[in-house]
Design a protein around this ligand. Structure first.
Ligand code: PLP
Length: 428
């Protein structure tokens, strides 16, 4: 009999391109029918056929407290009772802005937006406006949302300008973006030596979470910081994923490096559409209405989204919140790696705070090329076997995974037991 998931997917494809509202949801990379969810609670989600899963996607990062956390839901309900949007300032917006500036020391002023894409797009415009320069450096494998200037892949040589990575992005736009190798500081140095006075900004994920997970090599981020300072370019840490995911001071706190601008999203919206960009006051003062760089949004600082964000940020400030989250995440990655090793499978895993990477290769990758070298077939097989066991990992070998505070001993040990069953039958 055809499942309700399949029925829904067939219907969806008639009305929604590819049946989904964001491409990676379509299971194109792993094959099969995407799971339609109808409910989530804590670490669990239920699909349209009422099958339960332990969820390691958490809506791609926002749900650090798990699904439907009672205090977040209560805050959202209370805010909604007072009106959904005003398009005018509210006290709650000020409260979250103050809190972000207090928690992240590089942020002196902040502006709220509705998505990570808006945050990075606006940060790039601001960096260009502030420096009166055009060129941008990004790194291959880092994703910063779908702004034209950032949907760019590497040109044919290391220091050539980029090409659109999507149809519809003008060549002229892409050609202002240089795409370099993550963790290759020498490449960044070379780019600055050649084009230093033209580079408006370097944008980087301080832990790359959009090519599976690649941690920065020691010295990589510090080296970029130094080069940006020397050449008067704006360093943008895209912490849409890592912000409040790897620690209370975000990845910049973990590595002790202050960017000029930071983009935030996901966790700070607690599951609602909210994101932000902020940083040095003198740069932020270039934004309208004070300065000449235009940026705006009908729903920016939406009171319901802000309420969800404030309720979430309150919880993550609890003592030992991040120590506990990191310990659960490590328990998961070490357990998975241990099970694979026992059965002689080329596999490794690593955690940074509450995010993790799983790799079907025998050592941790430190570059995009190494991530691309992982065994995709093996990942897809593992993904579907785990899905049947009721474990929902990201449906792509190139995405990071997320553990929430609602993932306890039981969820982690159930996950490891499922992996053990799969790995023990791996070569049969
Ligand atoms: N930046 C990073 C690092 C991201 O991971 C994402 C989304 O996954 C974005 C920006 C874009 O955010 P959004 O999907 O909210 O537009």
């Amino acid at each position: 009999m055809i499942s309700r998931n399949q029925q829904l997917f067939e219907r969806s494809q008639k009305y929604i391109p590819g049946g989904v509202n964001s491409p990676v949801r379509a299971f194109k990379s792993v094959g099969g029918t995407p799971v339609f969810f109808r409910r989530g609670k804590g670490a669990h989600v239920w699909d349209a056929d009422d099958k339960t899963y332990i969820d390691y996607v958490g809506s791609w990062g926002p749900l650090i407290l798990g699904h439907a956390h009672p205090e977040v839901i209560e805050a959202v309900e209370a805010a909604a009772q007072n009106g959904l949007t005003f398009g005018a300032p509210t006290e709650a917006e000020l409260e979250i802005a103050e809190l972000l500036c207090k928690l992240v020391s590089s942020i002196e002023q902040v502006r709220l937006v509705s998505s990570g894409t808006e945050a990075t797009m606006s940060a790039i415009r601001l960096a260009r406006g502030y420096t009166s320069r055009n060129r941008i450096i990004k790194f291959e494998g880092c994703y910063h949302g779908h702004d034209d200037a950032l949907l760019v892949k590497a040109g044919s040589g290391a220091l050539t300008f980029g090409h659109p990575s999507s149809a519809g992005v003008p060549e002229e736009t892409a050609s202002s973006t240089m795409v370099l190798d993550y963790n290759d500081l020498a490449g960044v140095e070379q780019a600055f030596n050649q084009f230093g006075d033209k580079i408006a900004a370097v944008i980087v994920e301080p832990v790359a979470g959009n090519m599976n997970l690649v941690a920065p090599k020691p010295g990589f981020l510090a080296g970029i910081r130094e080069l940006c300072t020397k050449h008067g370019s704006v360093l943008i840490f895209d912490e849409v994923m890592t912000g409040f995911r790897v620690g209370l001071e975000c990845a910049q706190g973990l590595f002790g490096i202050k960017p000029d601008l930071t983009t935030l999203g996901k966790v700070i919206g607690g599951g609602m559409p909210m994101a932000a960009f902020g940083g040095r006051r003198n740069i932020m003062q270039c934004l309208a209405p004070v300065g000449a760089v235009y940026q705006a949004g009908t729903l920016s600082g939406n009171p319901v989204a802000v309420a969800a964000g404030l309720a979430t940020l309150k919880q993550v400030q609890a003592p030992r919140f991040y120590e506990n989250l990191a310990a659960s995440t490590r328990q998961l990655t070490e357990g998975l790696a241990g099970a694979a090793k026992k059965h002689d499978i080329d596999f490794c895993a690593q955690a940074v705070g509450g995010m993790f990477g799983l790799y079907f290769r025998n050592n941790l990758p430190s570059s995009y090329a190494e991530v691309m070298g992982c065994d995709r077939e093996a990942f897809n097989r593992f993904f579907h076997a785990m899905l049947r066991e009721g474990i929902y990992f990201a449906p792509s070998a190139f995405e990071a995974g997320f553990v929430s505070a609602a993932h306890g001993e039981t969820e982690i040990s159930d996950t490891l037991a499922a992996a053990e069953r799969i790995f023990s039958a791996w070569s049969l």
